[in-house]
Design a protein. Structure first.
Length: 317
């Protein structure tokens, strides 16, 4: 026979056990609900398809968002991240705040324009909740002083989107942390990489920005090329220091043997457009999907549709 205290103690242990079992099962269910579009042992690729999302929503239902949320919730020691901003993504926002409260070390960087403003209003709330952050605002002011352009000094934006978990996993891609992007309303891509070597490369980039070096003030990362993961070989580059257009993208275009398929929001570099046209003229199958709003760029419109060639297939979405 149990005493009252014994019964209470027993019941506490019983319900605690049930609670822990529920937590473990729930975590397992969440992990199983994450279905990448392509994966290997240490790589998961996600496509955010606008055909599945007719309007922006403050939710986290697709696999890309679930993967990010799962890794925030399961981080043990640290989360370092760089984002353009955050807006209408309450589950991600709250998970970051909870992670900090449970003892995870969280640091982050974001973009501020020449007026000390961010494009997304929830960014300010996150600054208040997690004050261990830095921005590129001072870098923008330095550039204004250098060019004497104080009316519109912003010449670059901090447009990174990556999260580093426990210096082991990296979640990155084209998607902003917003209801327009992470929910799939806008077409984007994300990848989750489980590799300390890749994480170390991203940490190099992050540490520079967190200490106040942005844009052209940064140094090029090292040990960032030909990192073998599963059956893939990955190289990581950051603009502008790595000169991605001239030293990475254009050589790829020039060395293409069969086809070049490009989904992009905008194509603004004239050098890339010319090389794509050259590739088509030498027999490469070139297909490009761009956002319809890019047609405000008259050079892109005239070059690809009217002026230089009619052989590049361009689709507006």
């Amino acid at each position: 026979m149990y005493s009252n205290n014994g019964i209470i103690f027993f019941m506490k242990k019983f319900f605690l056990t049930l609670f822990l079992v529920f937590i473990m099962l729930n975590g397992s269910v969440i992990a199983k609900s994450i279905k990448p579009d392509a994966e290997e042992a240490n790589l998961q690729l996600f496509f955010l398809n606008p055909l599945n999302q007719r309007k922006p929503k403050n939710e986290c239902k697709n696999s890309a968002c679930k993967a990010l949320l799962h890794n925030i919730n399961n981080a043990k020691e640290s989360i370092d991240f760089a984002i353009y901003g955050i807006n209408d993504q309450d589950k991600i926002f709250n998970a970051l705040v909870k992670a900090q409260k449970r003892g995870v070390k969280i640091r982050w960087v974001t973009d501020l324009n020449e007026k000390n403003k961010n494009i997304y209003y929830d960014t300010y709330a996150l600054m208040h909740k997690i004050p261990t952050y830095n921005t590129d605002y001072i870098s923008q002011q330095k550039e204004a002083d250098r060019t004497k352009n104080y009316e519109f000094p912003q010449t670059a934006i901090m447009h990174n989107k990556f999260f580093i978990f426990d210096n082991q996993k990296v979640f990155t891609g084209s998607t902003n942390i917003s209801s327009y992007c992470l929910t799939g309303y806008n077409s984007n891509v994300a990848i989750l990489i489980d590799s300390q070597d890749i994480a170390n490369v991203y940490e190099q980039e992050f540490e520079q920005m967190y200490r106040g070096k942005f844009h052209n003030e940064k140094n090029a990362v090292i040990n960032n090329e030909n990192i073998k993961i599963d059956n893939a070989c990955i190289s990581v580059y950051f603009s502008p220091v790595n000169k991605i257009t001239t030293e990475q993208i254009i050589p790829l275009i020039k060395n293409a043997k069969s086809y070049i398929y490009i989904p992009a929001f905008y194509l603004t570099r004239k050098s890339i457009i010319y090389e794509l046209i050259n590739a088509k003229n030498r027999g490469i199958d070139v297909k490009i999907i761009v956002d319809e709003t890019s047609m405000i760029d008259t050079f892109l419109f005239d070059s690809l549709l009217k002026g230089i060639t009619h052989n590049v297939k361009l689709v507006l979405v």
